[in-house]
Ligand binder design. Structure first.
Ligand code: N01
Length: 541
């Protein structure tokens, strides 16, 4: 009798399992399968490609990176095959781009959608057993986490969170069909990058919008719009130059810190530069102005004063402006959002700002929320723009067990421990693309993603050429990397701010600076040197 089966067998063996089908997972699959001839499978929770951009569909969602560098550069033909419509790419356009990539390289046939990886367990025979929520088990030599840095959404444990009678939306899990707020009273908790993008658009529909702000942000104009066709054409031609420059840059952008510090130039010179950068929009003031703002409070204050003034010039009501002017932490050490009309929105009579730092949210109620002082707010819909359990969250939500059954999240209970942000001791052949303690979120992500994917590819090629079955960092190399990361972070002002970079947005999360501060170009050179030295710091078996 012949048996017919539907779907894959309950257990199969592949060379590599890749977790996630965003930028990282797609390029990793292409690298392993098409360039190296390995049998690789991707598991993706969503029903389509896109990763972070599959879920982040809130009004106004777009990347803060210029579109011409928000894509892959590994293939010139791919580079030339896509045209972005505006200076910054909108969420749906980024998804369109990644669908284009998936089509072009025929990636979907090795991606299993609608499937979450629940565990990955290392067996002492140099294999990983990966189990999905659909009951499938796959055995693989390599596991590559391509889960993203900002993909585990954070819903704060507000008392009564389930009691609100109206609909609740998290910006990181927005309904695909969109939401119509016309005529509704909307309450939005949070004032980070997602809230800053969503506020003007929700305000345009809602009859009333109340934003509950815990920490004011330094927000810089995006200055979005169409790009001059001539500039577009030049960039299209300059694939090799742009690729080289962003790979060698500090942050994966064509932005370069000034040679002199903010405190070393005259007031007039500084004012002129900041004004010019303000008008250009984008990250110039953050990643292209003065290096000393990251080290010196005095230098930082000089730039802060400029930004404070801009807010007060825009916001009409002085009390609202007071609330919107950030205080208590340095500029640049908390991710500054880009603005497309955020401050102006608070000049509209139906838009309100409520401080929940001095008077925190006590509870969500059936009809809205209540603050600690007893003040009640009523609305029809609740938007949680409350961010993510960044960098470690997506990995810690999977049961990843290395040697001796050790859980990764237990090993990382006091904070992540990695070598290069790429691997962790006792977890052989597990790679974390743009993982914690790599430049990752302090860069234009596709640049760092390409570098890590290429590096993983090189490691695996080398292992196979040597006939080796395993690689992992030594404990000594990992300890040294963790110490080094802490030292370079502590030399800056970054740890002085309560941010998701520090894990400070999640109650109980250990306070540790999560990314690496080497910068993109130097970090790449360091990895290349480690490779040239025969994978220094790694044990290969
Ligand atoms: O999340 P956030 P996000 N009570 O963590 C507040 C990237 N991104 O989704 O600042 C009251 O920044 C919280 O307050 P506080 C980008 O890297 C990129 O906006 O912690 N409020 C904050 O205001 C970005 O940085 C793009 O004091 C509470 C907000 O919720 C990252 O994703 C677009 C609270 C969360 O802001 C995250 O951005 C969007 C509580 N208990 C996002 N808990 C682009 O490239 C949290 N909050 C365009």
């Amino acid at each position: 009798m012949t048996e017919t089966t539907t779907g894959p067998p309950a257990t199969s063996t592949v060379d590599a399992v890749i977790i996630g089908a965003g930028f990282s997972g797609l390029y990793m699959l292409h690298k392993l399968r098409d360039e190296m001839g390995l049998h690789a499978r991707v598991f993706e929770t969503g029903d389509g490609v896109g990763g972070t951009w599959y879920w982040n569909r809130y009004p106004g969602a777009r990347s803060d990176s210029d579109s011409y560098i928000y894509g892959f550069t590994f293939d010139r033909d791919l580079w030339e095959s896509w045209e972005w419509s505006e200076r910054y790419p909108e969420s749906h356009e980024i998804r369109g781009y990644l669908e284009h990539v998936a089509d072009r390289f025929d990636l979907r046939r090795d991606i299993t959608f609608g499937t979450r990886v629940v565990s990955a367990t290392y067996d002492e025979d140099s294999h990983w057993r990966v189990v999905t929520d659909q009951g499938e088990t796959v055995t693989a030599t390599y596991v590559i986490s391509a889960v993203g840095a900002l993909s585990a959404s954070n819903t704060p444990p507000f008392e009564g969170i389930d009691t609100f009678a109206g609909p609740t939306f998290h910006t990181g899990h927005w309904p695909h069909e969109g939401v119509d707020f016309t005529g509704q009273r909307v309450g939005m908790i949070g004032s980070g990058a997602s809230a800053v993008q969503a506020t003007p658009l929700i305000a345009a529909q809602a009859s009333e919008l109340t934003v509950f702000q815990r920490t004011a942000n330094y927000i810089i104009p995006a200055n979005n719009g169409p790009v001059d066709p001539q500039v577009k054409a030049e960039r299209r031609e300059d694939w090799a130059g742009i690729r080289e420059r962003i790979q060698q840059s500090n942050f994966g952008f064509e932005l370069y810190l000034q040679e002199k510090g903010a405190a070393e130039v005259s007031d007039d010179e500084r004012e002129a530069l900041l004004e010019d950068f303000w008008n250009r929009g984008g990250f110039h003031i953050w990643l292209g102005s003065y290096a000393d703002i990251f080290f010196s409070t005095e230098a930082n204050d000089l730039v802060r004063r400029f930004l404070d003034r801009k807010i007060r010039e825009t916001v009409h009501d002085p009390a609202t402006a007071d609330l919107l002017v950030p205080s208590g932490y340095p500029f640049g050490c908390k991710r500054n959002p880009l603005d497309s009309g955020y401050f102006e929105t608070f000049n509209e009579p139906h838009v309100h700002l409520v401080d929940v730092k001095t008077n925190p949210i006590a509870a969500i109620t059936g009809s809205g929320l209540r603050l600690a002082d007893g003040a009640e707010f009523e609305f029809d819909a609740l938007v949680l723009a409350t961010g993510f359990d960044a960098m470690t969250g997506p990995l810690n939500r999977i049961d990843i067990r290395g040697r001796g059954g050790q859980l990764l999240r237990e090993k990382w209970a006091e904070g992540p421990r990695t070598y290069l942000g790429l691997m962790s001791h006792d977890f052989p052949n597990l790679f974390t693309i743009t993982g914690p303690q790599s430049p990752s979120v302090l860069s234009n992500m596709p640049v760092s993603i390409e570098q890590h994917v290429d590096l993983v590819g090189r490691i695996i090629v080398d292992l196979r050429e040597r006939g080796a079955s395993e690689i992992e960092p030594t404990k000594e190399a990992e300890d040294a990397w963790c110490t080094y990361n802490a030292e370079i972070a502590n030399a800056t002002l970054f740890p002085t701010a309560d941010t998701w970079y520090m894990g400070a947005n999640i109650p109980g999360k250990p306070r540790q600076f999560l990314p690496n501060l080497d910068f993109v170009g130097p970090y790449r050179a360091k990895c290349d040197q480690i490779a040239a030295n025969g994978w220094e710091g790694f044990a290969i078996d």
